[in-house]
Design a protein around this ligand. Structure first.
Ligand code: FES
Ligand code: MG
Length: 601
């Protein structure tokens, strides 16, 4: 299949006489001064002049692993296999660091750094002698940061995910990343375990190298990189320590050299069809609510139209096929053994839910890659006709609270569904009384205060937690009910907020509300005690007050100087706050979007 934008067949050799990008640095007699300076320093660690001037493609290995980023750290070893592949295919490998992003290590939140790593990588890919790049991905934001940068620069690029950790176990039960923390917090709140057991339980979910072993944001984003066609088929699900992981690293290295020869670029792969495939795949795997933010950001940077509403239009009525925590039972090892993403995609292809003609990094179409991708365990990966749940995609809500917010219906527990959604008089709609928290600190401080009178008819609100209010947007919308309610068996309340939610949490939340309170969204106007109505059929979320009352509240807020925004703690927080867009639009840096395909300029 021809790659439409490249205008030639994959497999076409590099045109004779046309200089490679890297030769502008290393083989440019028109500018001997600069060429000599470029050459003299890149030979100083042992590469020979012959290699640098041979016209071999120079391939970057964008290294996201380091001691600061444990989820991606094994990429330091995998890069050796990537390098072997690059050399075997006739290329030269240059490895370089990407700004690390460790989800569980960075204060005040790792999401703040996604756009920083993106900016840094754009500069590296644009400014150095590279003909193509291997993007090492893993922990949540490393995957979108790398693909966003490759999209902006539009050099041949291939994703190598690092793979999930092995399954965690605690007292004979599976302990999944993140999900174990939510469960353990409930156990601790109900005083069924003590602090020492709590730490032990959570620690048991991380038994090896790799990223989160649940279908959290990391497994989601790596699966979607594959669904977009940006990694070799089958790459995402391979557990980090398996030998297959080293082997696919080698094959990724081989393939990127061919991609450079074929001039197969992100713009050939990241088409509207590819994005629709990713949205459908996300529903079927039970993917994270962070996916729309990151996928929409990639679309913005490659210049393909994808809106937040597309997530419901394209993805809502897709069934949930993957039985993996937090929504289901299993973890990464069973998912890989059952066939991983190719088995899921093949099931979706047979049901005519994805575009088989979308081109992928190996030069073949999605449909060609999926031939023979079978389900090996029908409890872990379900048949399309026997799903875990119907309508597993996101609902996009709007109303006087926000222009758009996301709700992951498949994450809702049966208990919640019975209590809220199956009311025969008013199915799929519910009302409740708002209790409003001003950010996570306020929530932790007051949630158990009996004066708030939180009961099963309460909706918990949190605001000031969006990209501007809490730089990068905090993962805090999934708020646990007060301990008194948990003891009575009420494990979740509806939560609404302008922040995000961990992909490993199963809360029935309405999140990513855009615009956020700090950007003038309706969330800034809600008051504790307000009556709120959520209607999932109509896709609406409203404070039940008159338009006049709402306008009055807005005028009062303006008189008080607007929604309070806390001071920035670092230069980057301030810089990003001034130019970041809202979660529904991908939380991208506004001035960055107009820079597209910069390597071709
Ligand atoms: Fe890094 Fe989950 S914390 S992948
Ligand atoms: Mg997360």
């Amino acid at each position: 299949p021809a790659s439409p934008k490249a205008g030639k067949e994959p497999g076409t050799p590099h045109p004779k006489g046309k200089k490679r990008r890297s030769q502008l640095w290393f083989d440019n007699p028109e500018n001997p001064g600069m060429t000599a300076l470029y050459l003299e320093r890149y030979v100083n660690f042992g590469i020979t002049l012959e290699e640098l001037t041979s016209g071999k493609p120079i391939i970057g290995i964008a290294q996201t692993g380091s001691d600061l980023s444990p989820c991606n750290r094994h990429h330091i070893d995998l890069a050796k296999r990537v390098r072997d592949g690059i050399v075997a295919a006739g290329g030269i490998a240059l490895e370089f660091p990407v700004h690390p992003i460790q989800e569980t290590g960075k204060r005040p939140g790792a999401a703040l750094d996604r756009n920083l790593a993106y900016l840094g990588l754009v500069e590296l890919l644009y400014g150095y002698p590279l003909d193509g790049v291997v993007l090492t991905t893993g922990c949540d934001k490393t995957t979108p940061a790398c693909i966003m940068a490759a999209a902006t620069v539009n050099l041949p690029a291939i994703v190598l995910s690092g793979g999930p950790m092995l399954n965690g176990w605690w007292k004979g039960e599976r302990a999944g990343s993140g999900t174990a923390v939510w469960q353990a917090r409930q156990e601790l709140a109900a005083e069924r375990i003590d602090y020492k057991e709590f730490i032990d339980l959570v620690g048991s979910s991380a038994p090896s190298i790799g990223h989160c072993n649940t279908m959290g944001t990391a497994s989601t984003m790596n699966a979607l990189a594959e669904a977009l066609g940006m990694s070799l088929p089958g790459c995402a699900a391979i557990p980090a320590p398996y030998r297959d992981r080293g082997q696919i690293s080698y094959r990724t290295g081989l393939r990127i050299v061919e991609m450079v020869e074929e001039d197969l670029k992100p713009s050939d792969i990241l088409t509207r069809e590819a994005f629709e495939n990713a949205i459908v795949a996300n529903s079927a795997i039970g993917g994270s609510t962070n996916a729309p933010i990151h996928i929409n950001a990639i679309a913005r940077h490659i210049g393909v139209q994808v809106s937040i509403e597309d997530w419901e239009k394209v993805g809502y009525n897709v069934p949930l096929l993957v039985n993996m925590q937090p929504t289901g039972k299993y973890l990464g090892e069973e998912y890989y053994r059952a066939g991983g993403l190719p088995a899921v995609m093949n099931e979706l292809l047979k049901a005519k839910r994805i575009h088989g003609k979308a081109l992928t990094v190996n030069g073949k179409t999605m449909a060609e890659n999926l031939k023979g991708a079978e389900i090996h365990d029908e409890d872990v990966i379900r048949r399309y006709k026997k799903p875990l749940k119907e309508n597993a995609g996101f609902k996009i809500l709007k109303g006087n609270l926000f222009d758009n917010a996301v709700m992951k219906i498949s994450g809702i527990s049966e208990e919640f569904r019975q209590r809220y959604l199956l009311n025969p008089k008013d199915p799929m709609a519910f009302e409740g009384k708002a209790v409003v928290f001003e950010g996570p600190e306020d929530y932790h401080h007051r949630i158990d205060d009996p004066k708030l009178k939180i009961d099963e008819h309460t909706m918990l609100f949190i605001r000031g937690t969006g990209p501007i209010g809490y730089p990068g947007a905090a993962e805090v919308v999934n708020m646990q009910p007060p301990a008194a309610l948990i003891k009575r068996g009420i494990l979740s309340l509806p939560c609404i907020g302008d922040g995000r939610q961990s992909g490993t949490s199963g809360s029935p939340s309405i999140l990513n509300a855009s615009p956020e309170a700090a950007a003038g969204g309706g969330l800034a106007l809600v008051k504790t005690g307000d009556r709120i109505r959520i209607d999932l059929n109509k896709g609406e979320a409203n404070i039940l007050i008159s338009a006049g009352e709402l306008a009055q509240r807005r005028a009062d807020l303006q008189k008080r100087g607007g929604f309070p925004i806390p001071a920035s703690q670092t230069p980057w927080q301030e810089i990003q706050r001034e130019m970041v867009e809202q979660l529904g639009d991908g939380m991208v840096l506004k001035p960055a979007v107009k820079y597209q395909r910069v390597a071709q300029r």
